[in-house]
Design a protein around this ligand. Structure first.
Ligand SMILES: [Zn+2]
Length: 106
């Protein structure tokens, strides 16, 4: 009877240690994944979402800064959150932005 009790206790400790090790492994994996993602984001910071080249130029117009891809075969325009709404509210700003974009290719 006492033996059976001992066996159960040892198994419980093994489960505890395994869980602790698993938690450590999980934490290390999560840390590595986070660092990998941060490194990827840093490396691709100025890359165009469309053509993938490191070709973004920031054009400041009024109170918004728009990232424009200067790759001649692309020309994608990147907007930060809220910038589209700002542009749509002001039709004059749309023309300013359009002219700024066209000037980049002149
Ligand atoms: Zn591009």
């Amino acid at each position: 009877m006492a033996e059976a009790h001992l066996i159960i206790r040892v198994q419980a400790e093994e489960i505890y240690f395994n869980q602790e090790e698993q938690d450590k492994i999980k934490a290390l994996r999560e840390k590595a994944a986070k660092e990998k993602q941060e490194q990827y984001c840093e490396e691709h910071k100025y890359h165009c979402f469309r053509c993938g080249l490191k070709s973004l130029v920031e054009v400041q117009k009024g109170n918004i800064a728009i990232d424009i891809c200067v790759n001649e075969n692309c020309g994608a325009v990147h907007l930060d959150p809220g910038e589209l709404e700002t542009i749509l509210k002001d039709s004059g700003l749309i023309n300013n932005v359009r002219n700024s974009i066209l000037n980049v290719f002149k």
